[in-house]
Design a protein around this ligand. Structure first.
Ligand code: BGC
Length: 379
């Protein structure tokens, strides 16, 4: 075929040279996708088809994660199939199945339900596909290779420490301060770890009554699934906050809300505003309210005083780390890891990136100067 084209080119030199260029280019990009039976070991160091699966477009961070993964992989010569599953487990399983059929060399999966992928990943393993769990650990299977994430327990530790520091608890302020605890989705292993990190810091103050959880709900990490908000839904967090305020805070203000992320925090903020809480108010000042992701809406709330802090997990770094894992693996090099996470079957070699907190005092340096957002986006 190529020979034929060369002959034609010689005859129709000028007219067809453009066509040859396009053809050559097509072959170059199409080739990795077409090698359905290529095993991971045989795949080239750069180039290959990578399936990237994100849970939902609803939360800003996953859009950023998806975009970063796609652009960084493409910059290294990979072809990328990026899919979002609308937070629906069956859709995500189907997307994985389709990618296996298409002959991907690598699957990078941010799971919806970390325990629902064991069957489909058996197929992936049988097809010799490199499987990387992205941000969320995939549980109950031997058929994943690596896990790239942020230090999830540290996320909670930072949130808990932010509360301790803001209230001056370590300096002897004995309050008491009223507090409620929110937990993320029960099907997301991260939710458990965020909660553990925060409660480990806050437990002594809960135990000695300096922090008074009036509902009594979620005071220990063992209870994390009981009050978890399925699918991390803002509206469900809002409904729970409304209930808590009506039931326990009709005579007394709430001083602190531990929220593991921004989608929950935004629902909590809406409930607090509806109940008359206002930043700087003498009678109903806004409580200390934590979050995570530095979602644009939450950053706006932080600037307005209706959320106190968020955790900044630079999705550019996580994407870069994941791309490095893919590169190293396909090049037959040692894949760099710095931790292990137990997924109920084995200790999954993992790489943990470091989270930091962002609030009104440091957001410029962290988010604007680093080019993550422009000042305009946060207006
Ligand atoms: C992620 C958080 C995110 C949450 C909801 C967690 O697994 O680590 O960054 O806020 O899911 O999407």
């Amino acid at each position: 075929m190529y020979k034929k084209i060369v002959v034609v080119v010689l005859v129709l030199a000028m007219a067809l040279s453009f066509m040859v260029a396009c053809q050559a280019k097509e072959v170059e990009t199409a080739e990795p996708a077409a090698t359905t039976e290529a095993t991971v070991e045989e795949a080239p160091a750069a180039g290959g088809l990578v399936g990237v699966l994100m849970p939902t477009k609803d939360l800003q961070r996953w859009n950023q994660d998806g975009d970063n993964m796609k652009s960084q992989l493409e910059a290294k010569g990979y072809t990328v199939d990026l899919q979002y599953a609308n937070n629906d487990v069956a859709t995500q399983v189907e997307q994985i199945e389709n990618m296996i059929t298409k002959g991907v060399n690598v699957l990078v999966i941010a799971s919806i339900d970390g325990s629902a992928l064991a069957n489909v990943l058996e197929e992936a393993k049988a097809a010799d596909i490199l499987v990387i769990a992205y941000d969320r650990l995939i549980m109950d299977t031997a058929n994943i290779d690596y896990y790239a994430t942020f230090d999830n327990e540290m996320v909670g530790t930072i949130q808990g420490q932010y509360i301790v520091d803001t209230l001056g608890l370590a300096d002897g302020n004995v309050g008491p301060f009223t507090m409620e605890i929110f937990v993320g989705s029960p099907d997301d292993n991260n939710a458990k770890l965020f909660n553990k990190g925060a409660l480990d810091v806050l437990a002594p103050y809960i135990e000695n009554g300096v922090l008074d959880v009036k509902s009594g709900e979620g005071k220990t990490n063992e209870e994390w699934t009981k009050i978890g908000i399925l699918g991390w839904k803002s509206e469900d967090a809002q409904a729970r906050m409304e209930n808590l305020l009506t039931t326990y805070y009709s005579d007394e203000n709430i001083d602190v809300v531990l929220s593991p992320n921004d989608s929950l925090a935004q629902g909590i903020t809406a409930a607090l505003i509806a109940a008359g809480y206002e930043p700087g108010s003498e009678t109903k000042p806004f409580p200390v309210l934590t979050g995570q992701d530095c979602d644009v809406n939450s950053m706006k709330n932080i600037l307005a005083g209706t959320q106190s802090m968020s955790i900044f997990k630079d999705t550019r770094d996580l994407a870069a780390r994941t791309v490095t894992m893919v590169d190293q693996y396909l090049a037959g090099q040692t894949v760099e890891t710095n931790a292990t996470y137990n997924n109920n079957v084995f200790e999954v070699p993992s790489y943990l990136c470091t989270p930091v907190f962002a609030d009104i005092n440091n957001y410029k340096e962290l988010l604007i100067d680093s080019g993550y957002y422009t000042e305009d986006q946060l207006q």
